[in-house]
Design a protein around this ligand. Structure first.
Ligand code: NAD
Ligand code: LMR
Length: 338
């Protein structure tokens, strides 16, 4: 316990009281894998988010150091650190939102699926903790391969009897962030003015940008379409190669994760029309999970939007995406059911 734990507790109580009285809202957020390449900048950015009143930082290494560091920031959230499996439950009790970037990243030459053997077990353990300690929390799952880890989490929650498909969201926001950036470059626009839906999943051909639905409405030559689609699909690999063995995207991912978590918190607060892309349980295709735009509300992904009109290039891409996705989803489900 830190020497000032009593002061800290009274601080949290005052803020919770303020929230109960209809004052500034504050949500309790846990980051699992908080000492990692994504976890650290994510923790810093969440500490700066005015919607967060309590921030729990959990990792199997270095959580106390990261917590001490971030706790000195003069922003509203109270920060607490939790180290190792024995402290997982304390990290999770009472949380409104749990963000999971725990697990190993890729090195050059690897696919995201090559991470399955290590990350599947990590995600299972962490989700068992969520089911036990905060079954009503919204879960933002970042750990790869997302196309399999989300089905794993769903199976863990089903087994525990706590599964609510609306509350489990695979984070595909980085694909949208990349799509907006690369499309803006081609169109000569400010990326903040661009919004490109990216559907399907989060690996290679399963990442399907819908350029025909880009905002502002734009037309692309076949060469531009091919270049943009490939660059968005291979964005993760571009970073893995540039980092040359030192990991994968961490800073842009932390930015994307905070953008998505903030949307989830605004939804929880009751804001209207909060819409982002995410990999969720879905009836949009014949697959049990699929990324599309979803409307975020008090209960999580309250509405899952249809794909909308696709052009021929996108229809072909959709068939390829579904084929690979079906296998990755089944692999995740089998990992728990076997
Ligand atoms: P990293 O190795 O830098 O950090 C991972 C952290 O997880 C480490 O601090 C490690 O100690 C921790 N960890 C390992 N096992 C744990 C456990 N059982 N409980 C809690 N924490 C544990 O890796 P990173 O660069 O931060 O990437 C993390 C994951 O995010 C990878 O799987 C990566 O592929 C994935 N990722 C996903 C996206 C996306 O768009 N969804 C983008 C980038 C990276
Ligand atoms: C990304 O898209 O950057 C992540 O999924 C990490 C990776 O392995 O590419």
């Amino acid at each position: 316990q830190p020497p000032n734990s009593q002061t800290e507790e009274s601080c949290v109580l005052k803020r919770t009281d303020c929230r109960a009285k209809g004052g500034a809202p504050g949500f309790k957020v846990a980051i699992l894998g908080a000492a990692g390449g994504i976890g650290q900048p994510l923790a810093m950015l969440m500490k700066m988010n005015p919607l967060v009143s309590v921030l729990h930082l959990y990792d199997v290494v270095n959580a106390p150091g990261v917590t001490a560091d971030i706790s000195h920031m003069d922003t509203g959230a109270v920060v607490r650190g939790f180290l190792g499996q024995p402290q997982l439950e304390s990290a999770l009790i009472g949380m409104d939102l749990v963000i999971i970037p725990a697990g190993v990243p890729r090195k050059p030459g690897m696919t995201r699926d090559d991470l399955f053997n290590i990350n599947a077990g990590i995600v299972r353990t962490l989700c068992e903790g969520v089911a036990k300690c905060c079954p009503n929390a919204i879960v933002n799952l970042i750990s790869n391969p997302v196309n399999s880890t989300v089905p794993i989490a769903a199976e863990v929650f089903k087994k525990a009897g706590t599964y609510d498909p609306k509350r489990l969201l695979g984070v595909t926001m980085l694909d949208v962030v990349r799509a907006n950036t690369f499309v803006a470059e081609v169109l000569g626009l400010d990326p903040r003015e661009v919004d490109v839906p990216v559907v399907g999943g989060h690996a290679g051909v399963t990442i399907l940008p819908l350029l025909s639905q880009a905002k502002p409405p734009s037309s692309f030559t076949p060469e531009e379409t091919e270049y943009l689609t490939k660059r968005i699909q291979d964005g993760g690999t571009e970073v893995v190669q540039a980092k040359a063995g030192a990991g994968s995207a961490t800073l842009s991912m932390a930015y994307a994760a905070v953008k998505f978590a903030d949307a989830c918190l605004r939804g929880l607060r009751g804001d209207a029309s909060v819409v982002e892309c995410a990999f969720v349980a879905s009836e949009v295709t014949e697959l049990p999970f699929f990324a599309t735009k979803v409307r975020l509300g008090r209960r999580g992904a309250e509405e899952v939007y249809q794909l909308g009109p696709l052009n021929e290039y996108e229809r072909v891409g959709l068939q390829k995406a579904k084929k690979e996705l079906a296998e990755s989803i089944q692999k995740g489900i089998s990992f728990i059911r076997k």
